[in-house]
Design a protein around this ligand. Structure first.
Ligand code: LMR
Length: 399
């Protein structure tokens, strides 16, 4: 059968990592995939994770299947983190959370669930958005119709909130609007609290369903601050979905540790949602992998480990902020034309550099620096050791 079939194109982000791994140049720098690197250029196992794993190794006595929805204590820990302590959503039981294999798995389970009941609605994604949003919502069921709402303004290198609101005025009841809760991927440009309030009011007025992609909790301003959007949608009393991930904030990338949370009007509806989530999962991967969820739960539920995690997370966040500053300074020191101060205003791992396709291609070919097409850079790939090399290369490429 394969003779007449053409190969699929490589993934725009993970395909770049494959190329990077093959590159033998010792000076190579990966500013592509959204993976945190420390000052030594390593993606560390967090200390709190190591400690939790040690405990698990000593105490775990079975590898039997988890329930279809995952370990209930994982779901409870995830809900406390997403909604904060004392949240009405949690105490009334109107949300259900299931363990999904990573943030991507969470989005896909949510998309499959939505497609089961509302296959004809539109799915709105930001312009631009994480490339895989299109892939995931296009692959669920027979595929959703996907449309874009205005988001990034390439002139101001900031948010075009007016365009976003105008476009989303025409999203109708039942449409699904994918939103980046914080640390927008790929631009690093977020809504402020006032803007989230206005957006939540619009969702409530028009009846569209927010689907919050929350892969970077703690990388913006902090674990509590970054959930502001969730609190607003919860207060609006509307249906919404949250796809969350512990890949970045716990460094559990290859443990595929995420969750899909469905917020409904009440406990009865939540029970119905859970029954259908279980069918979606059972017919896809049956039940989730255990290790990452056990680790995250142990950390979140053990005060000392929880504290250690918050400190380690703050360390990652601060290092990225430091690298943002160093990049702006470094580009200026190399005489690169233009105002790059926007890089310092953006949050999370990513920034839209504004570097043209030619610059991106030249960096790759001449300097072994890997940047995602469109110019998205992962600031966490920069270190004190490679920043001057990168800034010099950018200066040469832009000349
Ligand atoms: C990214 O955007 O680089 C990450 O979310 C990794 C991925 O799966 O694309």
């Amino acid at each position: 059968m394969w003779k007449s079939i053409q190969p699929a194109p490589p993934d725009s982000i993970l395909g770049l990592t494959e190329e990077f791994k093959k590159d033998r140049n010792p000076q190579k720098v990966n500013l592509g995939v959204g993976v945190y690197k420390d000052e030594d250029g390593n993606t560390p196992v967090l200390r709190c994770v190591k400690a939790a794993e040690k405990t698990l190794l000593e105490t775990q006595n079975s590898k039997s299947y988890l329930p279809i929805s995952g370990d209930p204590s994982y779901s409870a820990a995830v809900q406390r983190l997403l909604f904060g302590t004392g949240s009405e959503v949690v105490s009334t039981g109107r949300a259900v959370t299931v363990h999904a294999p990573g943030g991507t798995g969470a989005l896909r389970v949510g998309a499959d669930l939505l497609h089961k009941f509302t296959p004809d609605v539109k799915v709105w994604v930001s312009s631009p958005t994480w490339a895989n949003h299109n892939g995931i919502f296009g692959a669920a069921g027979a595929g959703f119709e996907i449309t874009q709402y205005g988001y990034y303004d390439s002139k101001s290198k900031g948010l075009d909130f007016d365009k976003m609101m105008t476009d989303l005025e025409s999203a109708t009841a039942g449409d699904v609007v994918v939103l980046h809760t914080c640390c927008h991927n790929p631009s690093g440009v977020d809504l402020n609290n006032e803007q989230w309030k206005l957006l939540a009011a619009l969702a409530a007025k028009n009846g569209w369903i927010p689907f919050l992609d929350f892969a970077y909790q703690g990388f913006g301003d902090g674990v509590d601050e970054d959930r502001f959007a969730i609190e607003e949608f919860a207060a609006a009393g509307i249906d919404f979905f949250i796809g969350s991930s512990f890949s970045k904030n716990f460094g559990l990338y290859n443990e595929r540790t995420g969750a899909i949370t469905v917020v409904t009007p009440g406990e009865e509806e939540a029970r119905v949602a859970m029954s259908h989530l279980k069918t979606v999962i059972r017919t896809n991967y049956s039940n989730p992998p255990a290790h990452g969820g056990l680790v995250a739960t142990l950390i979140l539920d053990t005060p000392d480990l929880h504290k250690m995690w918050l400190e380690e997370l703050a360390g990652m966040r601060d290092r990225i902020v430091h690298m943002r500053r160093s990049l702006v300074k470094g580009l200026a020191a190399q005489g690169v034309d233009g105002d790059f101060s926007f890089i310092e205003k953006q949050r999370g791992m990513f920034s839209f550099s504004g570097w043209s396709d030619e610059v991106v291609a030249s960096l790759r070919k001449n300097d072994h620096i890997y940047v995602v097409g469109g110019g998205r850079i992962n600031l966490a790939g920069l270190t004190t050791a490679n920043i001057e090399y990168v800034c010099k290369a950018v200066a040469a490429a832009m000349r």
